[in-house]
Ligand binder design. Structure first.
Ligand code: ZN
Length: 167
C-alpha cells in the first residue's frame, strides 16, 4: 500500500479508526502529521483494528514486553519513519515495562515530548503549569511551567483534535 494517502482518504480512514477509539485515531493523526515521531498503543487490537490503523498509511509493528508479574503484553507502535520503529524495538523489545528516568527520556524522544517537560516530569510529575485544563487534556505530555515549546505545539494538536471531533 502507498505510504501517501490523499487528504480525503486519510481523513476517512482516521474517522473509521475513531469508531474503534478516539485516542487511537488521534495518535494516528498526530503521527501522520509528524508531530509525534512514533506512537504506542498499549491496549489490544484485533487484526481488523490493526488493518484499519495501517490504512492510514502508517507502518506498524507489534512489540512484546513484560510486566512485573512476568506476564507478557503486546504493544502496537506506529511511525512514518522505519528507523524509529527499529530503534524502539531495539530499545524496548522483550524488556520489562519500567518508569526509570532513562525510559522516560527515550519515550519523550520517540513520542515528541519537549525535553524540558520530560526533565520536569522526572524531577516532579504533574507540577503546576500555565495551561488550561482543556489545553493540557489534548496533550500526551505534562507541560512544564512556562514551557517555551508546548505553546507552539498546541495549535497543531488542537487542529488534529478538532478535525477528528468533526468526523
Ligand atoms: Zn516544557
Amino acid at each position: 500500500m502507498s505510504n501517501q494517502c490523499h487528504d480525503g482518504d486519510l481523513h476517512r480512514h482516521l474517522c473509521a479508526l475513531k469508531e474503534i477509539d478516539f485516542e487511537l485515531a488521534y495518535l494516528a493523526a498526530l503521527t501522520q502529521e509528524g508531530l509525534k515521531p512514533l506512537s504506542r498503543w498499549e491496549k489490544s487490537l484485533t487484526d481488523d483494528d490493526l488493518k484499519l490503523l495501517q490504512r492510514t498509511g502508517l507502518p506498524t509493528r507489534q512489540v512484546r514486553r513484560t510486566v512485573k508479574t512476568g506476564k507478557e503484553i503486546v504493544e502496537t507502535i506506529f511511525s512514518r519513519m522505519p528507523a524509529y520503529i527499529q530503534l524502539y524495538e531495539q530499545t524496548f523489545g522483550n524488556t520489562p515495562i519500567d518508569k526509570s528516568a532513562r525510559t522516560q527520556r527515550f519515550e519523550g524522544f520517540f513520542f515528541g515530548y519537549p525535553p524540558c517537560c520530560v526533565n520536569q516530569y522526572i524531577r516532579k510529575p504533574y507540577a503546576p503549569n500555565n495551561l488550561t485544563e482543556q489545553e493540557q487534556k489534548i496533550l500526551f505530555h505534562w507541560a512544564c511551567r512556562d514551557c517555551k515549546v508546548t505553546p507552539s505545539l498546541l495549535q497543531a494538536y488542537k487542529d488534529a483534535h478538532d478535525l477528528l471531533e468533526h468526523c
